[in-house]
Design a binder for this molecule. Structure first.
Ligand code: CUK
Ligand code: CUA
Ligand code: CA
Length: 638
């Protein structure tokens, strides 16, 4: 029977869930209010006053039922997922599991998710830990196009792709030949074909150098790092570049011609003392078109089992600018972060161990590759003092940059053109516009639409590594503090503290109309879909048994199903409910099985029926007034 018509109990369930959510939010809202009024009690000059929730851009309080105006895609850190926040409220709306199993959706439990995550020969997951730092989304014409987002796993050098129509991870690729995959950035257009004005590549930097090949000998001269290009559609590795030094963060130019990574270990040291021995490190540029021409011409090597073409990007092989694949621009001591300004002209590296920000003009880097700039370091158009421990930089689209100062525990706002003028010799150019204390020790920051041509200069989120006294104490492990700052005026105004579970690092913030999420799956997208409840049943082929079932509130199509001890079972469940928000769960006690099926979704699990008995399989996702009654019996005969 079709359940397209809502059962009468559904509105009741909705009300129940809304009430529960509000009750749990009440405390958070109260805190936000207090923080907001405390911060705006002494409003800074040039900032809009906190008026009604509707009018003022710097109010974070949304009334019940009001929606946020921005999405934030946050890295999940150690939980290896992508977190979706609504801004300015700071509410966490969703988590998209990627690298690590997730008990809510059954990620790492269903066959479909295990296939994406990767399994060993015995069928178990290859990895169950992750360390995600960086999230970025696909571009078209210099702005986000709502197709994909990507996230890294530093521990096992994996890149995951998220489909932004369903907000699910659909592919994970493990990078060969590297360890410590850290920086990640999609390209913004093709360097050669003007018709390709959207993302087709994702660049990945590897932070650690390893012996190549890494087969057991510890020969220091063979330690190398690589820069990797992954195909945005197929998620296959296209090519790699062998480099001197290491990769940290990654940036791409708006014209598609250049990618870059900041390098803090040009010394190629194995100990931190060695890694900070040189006065200058580098921002390493990659000439994408030349690299791909070299690959096409067969000028590459491969390493070990990997078939990925690796071109030579070392100093030695790239001395001649006119044929060089890479260019090493020098940057003061152990820089961290490289960010592309929304005016499309500059990459900015933050100094970390140097109190400086370095501005590199991209047109001049291209001039060097064309043989028109003699000294590569002449592409540096500013190197100005910002404060202690500069890490990452965001932009407001009005010519200002915002850089986190880890040691000073501040965000500094500075004007890029004035910094360039100052560097040129105009010592009257006051490039620092404002400073604001943050609580405490910021790592990443990002502004709304910051790394797009549509940077709108409204909100700045700051990922504070330490929260100390900003939240109720919860034992030794503190949350991190994602602070929200209004950057619409001349002065920055702190709006709110939001606790997050460790350790997100990086995030992006974009306007809500740039994505158009779908609420219901398409049955045909699932090859195993059971489209008619009449097709339910147990299909036996010797020991191999397939259980086919559908769900429609408040019942599973099979009220019971019989198995024999030792059966190798694959259970397929299709949720035939078409109603938005009508998700069912399926748990099998003692068999360690629990997963959900969203509207019109199909998922499957495989297990050996090794424990005879009767097992109440039940729906784990509140779906109906008869949710508790929504069960089926799995009878395993001895
Ligand atoms: S890194 Cu964490 S604060 Cu991994 Cu982007 Cu700079
Ligand atoms: Cu179906 Cu709860
Ligand atoms: Ca160094």
């Amino acid at each position: 029977k079709d359940t397209a018509g809502l059962p009468p109990t559904i509105p009741g369930r909705r009300k129940f869930i809304n009430t529960a959510a509000l009750a749990s939010l009440a405390g958070v809202v109260a805190c936000t209010d207090k923080g907001g009024s405390a911060a705006t009690a002494t409003p800074a000059a040039g900032s809009a006053p906190t008026g009604g929730a509707h009018a003022a851009s710097n109010s974070t309080h949304l009334k019940p039922g009001e929606l946020d105006t921005y999405y934030g895609l946050w890295s999940g850190g150690h939980t290896g997922d992508m977190r979706v926040l609504g801004l300015p409220s700071g509410r966490e709306i969703h988590r998209i599991p990627c690298f690590v199993p997730d008990a809510l959706v059954g990620w790492g439990v269903t066959n479909e998710s295990k296939k994406i995550m990767g399994t060993k020969a015995d069928g178990n997951l290859k990895y169950t830990v992750a360390d995600s730092h960086h999230t970025h989304a696909s571009y078209k014409d210099g702005n986000y196009d709502g197709r994909y987002a990507w996230i890294n796993d530093k521990i096992n050098s994996r890149i995951a792709r998220i489909r932004l129509d369903y907000f699910v991870c659909d592919k994970i690729t493990e990078l060969p030949n590297v360890q410590g995959f850290h920086g990640i950035f999609p390209d913004k257009r093709d360097p050669v074909d003007p018709a390709i004005n959207y993302t087709t590549r994702v660049f990945c930097g590897a932070e650690f150098s390893i012996p190549l090949p890494n087969t057991g000998s510890d020969d220091a001269s063979k330690y190398r790092s690589m820069f990797t290009c992954v195909d945005a559609e197929s998620m296959e590795v296209r090519w790699q570049v062998l480099i001197d030094g290491n990769c940290d963060l990654t940036a791409t130019s708006y014209d598609g011609k250049l990618a870059a990574t900041n390098q803090y270990n040009t010394e190629m040291g194995a100990k931190y003392e060695d890694m900070m021995s040189a006065e200058r490190d580098a921002c390493l540029f990659f000439n994408v078109a030349r690299i791909e021409a070299a690959v096409k011409a067969g000028k590459f090597k491969t390493y070990g089992d990997s078939k990925v073409p690796v071109v030579d990007g070392t100093h030695e092989a790239n001395k001649d600018a006119k044929t060089a694949l890479t260019a090493y621009v020098s940057v003061p001591k152990n820089p961290h972060g490289v960010n592309a300004s929304p005016d499309q002209k500059y990459f900015i590296c933050a100094g970390k161990l140097s109190p400086t920000g370095t501005v590199i003009e991209l047109a001049k880097v291209l001039d060097w590759f064309d043989g028109k700039l003699e000294k590569l370091d002449d592409a540096i158009v500013a190197e100005v003092e910002l404060g202690l421990g500069p890490l990452h930089t965001a932009f407001d689209g009005r010519g200002n940059a915002y850089t986190t100062l880890f040691l000073d525990s501040q965000v500094v706002k500075w004007n890029v053109e004035k910094a360039i003028a100052f560097h040129k010799g105009d010592k009257t150019a006051k490039y620092v516009v404002d400073r604001i204390d943050v609580q405490y020790q910021p790592g990443h920051l990002n502004a709304s639409q910051s790394e797009t041509i549509a940077a709108d200069g409204k909100y700045l989120a700051v990922g504070c590594k330490f929260s100390k006294d900003r939240f109720l104490p919860v034992g030794p492990l503190h949350p991190e503090n994602e602070q929200l700052i209004d950057i619409s005026g001349e002065k920055m105004v702190l709006l709110a503290d939001h606790p997050v579970r460790g350790e997100p690092h990086d995030f992006i913030i974009f306007k809500r109309d740039l994505v158009r999420p779908k609420q219901v799956y398409a049955l045909d997208d699932f090859p195993l879909a059971i489209k008619d409840p009449k097709d339910s049943g147990v299909v036996r082929n010797g020991k191999k048994v397939t259980v086919k079932m559908t769900s429609q509130a408040p019942a599973f199509s099979l009220r019971e199903f019989k198995l024999k001890k030792g059966d190798e079972v694959t259970l397929i469940l299709t949720n035939l409910d078409k109603v938005e928000d009508l998700t069912h769960g399926f748990a099998i006690p003692k068999y360690n099985v629990n997963f959900i099926v969203n509207p019109q979704e199909t998922a499957s699990v495989s297990f050996v029926a090794d424990k005879p008995g009767v097992y109440w399989c039940y729906c784990t996702h509140f779906c109906h007034a008869l949710h508790l009654e929504m069960r089926t019996r799995m009878i395993v005969e001895a």
